[in-house]
Design a protein around this ligand. Sequence first.
Ligand code: ADP
Length: 460
Amino acid sequence: MFSIRTRIVVASSVVFALILVALSAGILRSFENASVAALDAQMQRCATALEAELEEQISEGVYPQLHDLRSVIPPEIPRARFCMVDSLGGVTATDSLVASLPMAAWHSVRSEGLPPGILAIGTTSYRSIWVPVDVEDGDRFIMHIIAPLTDVESATGRLRTVVLLAVPLALLLLGIATSLIIRRAFAPITGIIATANRINARDLSDRIPQGRNNDELAALTRTLNAMIERLQSAFAAQKQFIADLSHEYRTPLTILRSELEFALARFDDPQARESLRLGCSEVDRLKRMTDDLLLLTRLDSTEQMLIRAPVRLDELLAESCRRLAGLAAEKAIRLNLQIEDICEIRGDEDRLQRAIANLLENALKYSPKETTVTLRLRTVAAHIEIGIADQGNGIPPDDLPFIFDRFRRGALARTEVPGAGLGLSIVRRIVELHGGRVRVESHPGQGSTFFIEFPLQTPS
Ligand code: ADP
């Protein structure tokens, strides 16, 4: 689709072109008409002069002389030719050019004459008029005067050439001017788009810069800024609510957990013990969820919370394996740690530990018994890569685009594996806060590999 700028330039050029073409055609037509009218007036003066000369010659009893008649032709139309026929149809005086015209025409105009018209002789067009001339003795002559239209045609041709050059030039200039004006007018929109792209749910502190003009775009900017302001307040209130709620839930959940354990130690009835155990695991799940929510809102709120210190990623991976060795042993899953490069980044060790633990827990959670989970650390091109690969069922392609979103769980996980759908969102947030990115490659039936990539940092 074409940009708004292109569309405005094209539309205005088309409209302008139509107006110019209509205007030019009108001007050319008027110019031609005016030139022909001027020629008609000259021919009329010529006719009057010829008439006066003819009357004078006849009153002197002289038979009309071509030479004398010709001498009265006005100098403005030196190329005018004429022919005179008396009332009996006899040619009185004629120019050879006019004499060659068909005589039949004379009879039709003998009494009235004819209004000015156009006559073609050979390849040349002539303006022609027929004028009846009544002389003193009551005799009537018909005078036919023609004048070539070549001067009118060449003047019109010159004007047409000027118009043909001027119209495209005017269109080009209009196109350039419109394009420049629109570019200037739209420049603030580029700023609005850039800022709007920067603003997201996590950071609504940015504002669209207010231009100097007080125009429609300034009004749009004010409206958008006011909207972002309201969104910021709404998001802040929502985050605060979640943080408060998670915080308030923690103590009662801890108390509930210890009360359930206390009761469990005192009951012998197997059914009651099973119910209490189930209660304990549900409380654990709820507690884990509130902890995750609290962590996410904290990670969202500000970046400054991170402690920045050198962290050895190889040691971090080894520690994660140690911590989750028990969970792996429960399912007889082999943990295979491959350290190809010793890597260090500046970051928050606890948070990074949490991100890797989440991925490793998922790998164990979503893998069948007696399989292998591989953790690999290496440098690839300009980044450090941590890969955690399992031999589980993989993630269906339909679920892949959403698994890093909050509270999103895969179709299989929803029915078979406990969880809240917050683990991967925490991983992504922690990795992003460290300037990295997380991605997944998964083949249903073959397993999934989650990759964390950090840019290689030059030691300071
Ligand atoms: P949870 O595990 O609590 O559901 P997560 O945010 O950790 O939440 O994961 C989101 C979803 O991604 C899971 O519900 C599951 O469908 C899918 N998933 C994550 N890790 C794996 C894995 N290693 N193998 C298969 N599916 C996975």
